[in-house]
Design a binder for this molecule. Sequence first.
Ligand code: GLU
Length: 448
Amino acid sequence: MITEGELNPLRVANHQFNQAVPFLEQFHDGAGLREWLFEPEQVVRVSLPVRMDDGHVEVFRGYRVLHSNARGPGKGGFRFHPSVNEEEVRALAAWMTWKCALLDIPFGGAKGGVACDARMLSEGEKARVTRRYISALGDNIGPHTDIPAPDLYTDQQTMAWVFDTYSMMHPGENCFPVVTGKPLDLGGSLGRDSATAMGSMYVTEHFLELGGLPGLTSLDGADVAIQGFGNAGRWAAKLYDGAGARIVAVSDSRGGIYDPNGLDVSRIEDHKDATGSVVDFPGTKPLATKEVLEVLCDILVPAAMENQILASNAGRIQARLIVEAANGPTTPEADATLQERGIIVLPDILANAGGVVVSYYEWVQNLQNQQWEEHEVQEKLRKKMYRATNQVVTIRAGLLDAIEHHRSTWAGLHPDDPRVDTPTLRTAAYVVAVGRCANTLLERGIWP
Ligand code: GLU
């Protein structure tokens, strides 16, 4: 039985943060640092009246949460999805803070969203929702305060409307750096579109090279299942396929398809473009959207949304490695089951950070009025993702040593204390990220 509480992303985000805190000495003097760091700086709630195509007015709820600007301006996408609410956006904003800190880019964390079903909106309605949302946010966003980007059901076109709306409100300024993920003709960066999937591939590739998964040293020949066929999932299918992996299953919000001999990715893309979904692709076995998580494979890439791998299905997962291209796909209860079963998870704040890393490169190019070559962007991205992967693996080894070293004292801790358990890569990633944010806050001190 899954309780509503189990599925609350803010509870999940808080749990993950709390797993790291006991390992960090910055928190030991009880200076309120935990609350200072976890609570959002600012929550903006807006209601957005929009004239629909049939003439009636609909009022949408929109949010923008600035979780932290300690290490730089807030950064994070905004989504159009029926699940959007304040708690979800708060969790997603916190995840952005840790992601930017882990990748060591000079941003804090933020996130936004409008509660709506984008699939039911016409292009014109989407444009009006976006423009009204951006005008309602006013100067809560800005090139040096909080910089939006795409997320679920928002894309380059949406970012073009963001840029245009903000530019109308700030004539005479260089407004390109106010939003990332823009079209190439409008200050976008080469390599941004594929960046989330590319980053996840670099992390996976390097983790395998480091010997993270005994018996599998590269993507070449690996069986991969991918949940989601939006920006991250579709690019992941293409890139992993290009790296020699066999894509055995893919899905989107309408269902999934499976072929143990490997799917023809480019024909599936054509089918998706023609029909709006991957389902009914000839010669494949149909799956329910969540069944794609349970197929036999080496690597599972959840690339859809939060709360997909739960206590109720974690026991049925057959992959050996999970690469979280989505934000928050795994609940803490599922994490515990996966760990017991020896299934390794490359956590979201590492595995899907490629998107925001290239957003950072786009922002730098916009501030300097430059355009970098695609190979430059990808080489920089590769180095960043490799470095962060190394750090997470090294810190995890360090945590294991610390547990060994303190075994006699830490064994007596409360059973819920994370120091009594073998730390996961997720906990290691949080130790790096939260540690960096804590240092920044302590160095800056409290103003005034
Ligand atoms: N929405 C993406 C994420 O969750 C990208 C954010 C960005 O580029 O700012 O990481």
